[in-house]
Design a protein around this ligand. Structure first.
Ligand code: LUZ
Ligand code: MOS
Length: 755
């Protein structure tokens, strides 16, 4: 069944938080942000702002009734600046007014006097000054030094990857409404309702049971609302709490882009050692993560970087160290892939460097070293049911890659022989993906679901999953319908609400359907079991004799007994409980940080992408000509939704490494905080010739109904686009610096890096 949400989306009928009517007796919040990246606040003058007609009040740090603290893993982030500022865009004061215009005008009249200090923007500089968010971590396997000493080839290099703006279509938003007795109700655009609840409770000085968070849907999130929705929810809540009226906090695009965190930029040093045949012997790496001014999720992101240090490959000796470096930019945060893409980019760069030095082509190195079932990752887990080689080989066969690549090689050879450099060059690259599925913070791998069956046979489902356009609600609807043996049209997904399902994990780490879908099915099984028992008592037979298919109850060997709605109503009249709550916790996960070993993932998702790019070597412009994928989804719950995720993720990944460039000036001011200066790819750029094939005959016994998580893994295909462009440009020198924008490529080509 096609996801019915899509119809509403394309018709513009879907309603988001800020599409709802907001009362005239309601407050609008606009935040005054620090204009400087670092310094001590000498004076803050809000007197002129207070006199703007329509302004109700202005809050600064000292007005916060609870704690001025929004840090999660590490408690190091204030909601409102106290005596110093740490990044451009740090909230300093919150203005509340009866119209948004008045609030904005008032913000313009706030004056701040800051004793400016020199900011740190570069993670290596932060590292050298010991500005670390947490102690460095190192994952090791075997003995890398010894293996390097005896290797045929040892290549070293540096790789850089940049920030990335989430660019969700719906900006950060929360509307807070006071309910009785000083309690608060929040409609929030968050991936993590419980995190908003906890944070608001702390800042407002309330117990968590007095804060209700409701989430209907988000217009995209991509990690940007995993913790960073908290800030804006707090501002809305503070206004509603103080004034006793509804309060609306909506970030306009430019504020959203300059004041919220991005994907973490990384700068890394790598060493890869190979034997004479191209087998990887050892990998050594040091990651410098640009965490920004506060911890946010940086340590968790960094951990995932370490987990994915060797990408899709088996390397017997590994030494990987990672440092979360504190700098004076916005605290960086979760973004699709969560540190995994940054690690994989470094390893793929190391492979290209090894290819350049050894003369063995990159595809040979990749294929030879792909992870196999039983191979051990640096974190001590063995690959189970590995599909890396199958995806790779399937891509070769299905898309006739050998022939395609040879044609491009021949053209390049002809060019080299003739000494004539053509204006347009073609290049290709393959990109295998192996991504670990589960939150690496093990306790987050849990979910709950509530299923209500009403007396007419319709069904309402509440879970902890947040719908953000990824289709999790529809997947759960289909899973529930399948479980109960009824049509999906009978099932409705309720909003995600902390009073119905408590202690939710963020909808993140690609795990929304895995965890919440499994919980929902467990609840359905409980209800079904009660219905069967009810009928078994009536017929004096066993529960297991019954089944429900296509909305009818069947008894083994007999004609259909009764339709679903009648069954349900009969059960109700016999006082059978028609609601159930279930709890799912992913089994067999553990990790011991003292030795950095364990089994952190329920399973891995695999795939291979092939890219062809064309570069105009005169102008530095380029386009992606082909993007062909073989992706392992297990047994897909809904192939159309999954296809959308694979294509969308890949395009977002291509954007990260090509045209998306977040720039700051030397004082730490963002230069690209508008849609006019920050470019994201559209589908025609990211290849009109995009093909995705799902690997056949795969069943994943580690997730619901044999499926696999889909959200994040395809993002990393985009890394292949970078190397296809690099080859098309005719680069011979090491260049592992992303994003490879047309401007940068133009500069490099002018400096004669082309053959
Ligand atoms: N969030 C998180 C994530 O808290 N832990 C994770 O491991 C993770 N992985 C991917 C995306 N978000
Ligand atoms: Mo995420 S990066 O919120 O799965």
């Amino acid at each position: 069944m096609i996801n019915p949400d899509t119809t509403y989306h394309v018709m513009g009928l879907t309603r988001y938080v800020d599409d709802r009517d907001f009362p005239a007796r309601g407050l609008h919040c606009v935040v005054f942000f620090s204009p400087l990246a670092k310094g001590k606040i000498r004076d803050l003058d809000t007197s002129a702002a207070r006199n703007v007609p329509g302004v109700a009040f202005i809050l600064t740090a000292k007005d916060i009734p609870g704690e001025n603290q929004i840090g999660g893993i590490i408690q190091d982030e204030v909601l409102l600046a106290e005596d110093k500022v740490n990044f451009v865009g740090m909230p300093v004061a919150a203005v509340y007014a009866w119209t948004e215009e008045a609030a904005r005008q008032a913000v313009g009249r706030i004056k701040i006097d800051i004793a400016e200090e020199i900011p740190i923007l570069d993670p290596r500089e932060a590292y050298n000054r010991n500005e670390l968010i947490a102690p460095v971590r190192t994952f090791t396997l075997g003995d890398a030094e010894e293996a390097i000493a005896s290797a045929a080839y040892v290549v070293k290099g540096q790789a850089e990857s940049g920030a990335q703006e989430h660019f969700y279509l719906e900006g950060q938003v929360t509307v807070a409404t006071p309910s009785e007795e000083g309690n608060l109700h929040l409609s929030s655009g968050t991936q993590a309702p419980t995190s908003v609840q906890r944070c608001v409770a702390k800042v407002c000085g309330l117990a968590m049971n007095r804060v209700e968070v409701d989430v209907r849907r988000l217009g995209g999130a991509f990690g940007g609302k995993e913790v960073q929705a908290n800030t804006w929810a707090c501002f809305a809540a503070l206004g509603a709490q103080k004034a006793g009226v509804p309060c609306r906090m909506v970030l306009r695009r430019s504020d959203d882009m300059s004041a919220t965190g991005k994907r973490h930029p990384y700068s890394s040093d790598f060493t890869l050692a190979l034997d004479g045949q191209g087998k990887f012997l050892a990998f050594k790496v040091m990651y410098y993560q640009n965490a920004g001014a506060a911890a946010d999720l940086s340590t968790s992101v960094l951990e995932r970087t370490l987990f994915h240090a060797t990408a899709s490959y088996y390397v017997p000796n590994v030494h990987a160290t990672a440092a979360a470096c504190r700098t004076n930019i916005t605290p960086n945060t979760a973004f699709r892939g969560f540190g995994g893409p940054q690690a994989m980019f470094v390893f793929e760069a190391a492979i290209r460097e090894a290819s350049r030095i050894s003369g063995i082509c990159a595809e040979t190195l990749q294929r030879k070293n792909l992870i196999k079932t039983g191979d051990c990752f640096a974190y001590g887990m063995k690959a189970e049911n590995a599909q890396a080689q199958r995806c790779w080989d399937r891509a070769y066969a299905h898309y006739d890659l050998q022939k395609r690549m040879r044609a491009i090689d021949d053209a390049q050879k002809k060019e080299t022989c003739s000494g004539q450099v053509a204006r347009y060059g073609r290049g290709y690259a393959l990109m295998p993906v192996c991504f670990g599925i589960s939150f690496t913070t093990i306790f987050l791998n849990q979910a709950r679901a509530h299923v209500h069956v009403y007396t007419d046979g319709s069904v309402g489902v509440s879970t902890g999953a947040v719908e953000m356009g990824q289709g999790v609600n529809h997947k759960i609807r289909e899973l529930v319908a399948d479980s109960l043996g009824i049509a999906p049209g009978r099932v409705k997904l309720e909003s995600t609400n902390t009073t119905r399902v408590s202690n939710t994990s963020p909808t993140a780490a690609s795990s929304g359907s895995d965890l919440n879908g499994a919980a929902a099915r467990m609840a359905c099984e409980m209800i079904k079991e009660r219905l069967f028992k009810f009928k078994a008592d009536e017929y004096q037979c066993a529960s297991k004799d019954f089944s429900i298919r296509q909305g009818r109850l069947y008894r083994e060997g007999n004609a259909c007994e009764v339709c679903w709605a009648d069954l349900v109503n009969q059960a109700y009249c016999s006082r059978v409980q028609l609601s159930a709550e279930a709890h799912y916790a992913t089994p067999d996960l553990y990790f011991d940080k003292s030795v950095e070993k364990g089994r952190p993932f329920a399973y891995h998702t695999y795939g291979t992408a092939y890219f062809e790019a064309e570069v105009d070597r005169l102008l530095g412009t380029y386009s992606i000509k082909k993007a062909y994928v073989v992706h392992d989804l297990g047994r897909s719950i809904n192939p159309l939704i999954d296809l959308g995720q694979v294509e969308g993720g890949m395009v977002q990944g291509i954007g990260w490494l090509t045209m998306e460039e977040m720039r700051y000036d030397e004082t730490g001011r963002p230069l690209t905080a508008t849609a006019g200066t920050y470019k994201i790819p559209d589908i025609s750029f990211a290849s009109l010739d995009m093909k995705v094939q799902f690997l056949e005959d795969v069943y994943n016994d580690k997730a619901v109904k044999g499926s696999k998580a889909v959200g994040e893994p395809p993002f990393m295909y985009g890394i292949g686009a970078f190397f296809a462009i690099k080859m098309a440009a005719g680069y011979e020198k090491p260049f592992y610096f992303a994003p490879i924008t047309p401007e940068r490529l133009f500069g490099e080509l002018r400096e004669g890096l082309v053959v």
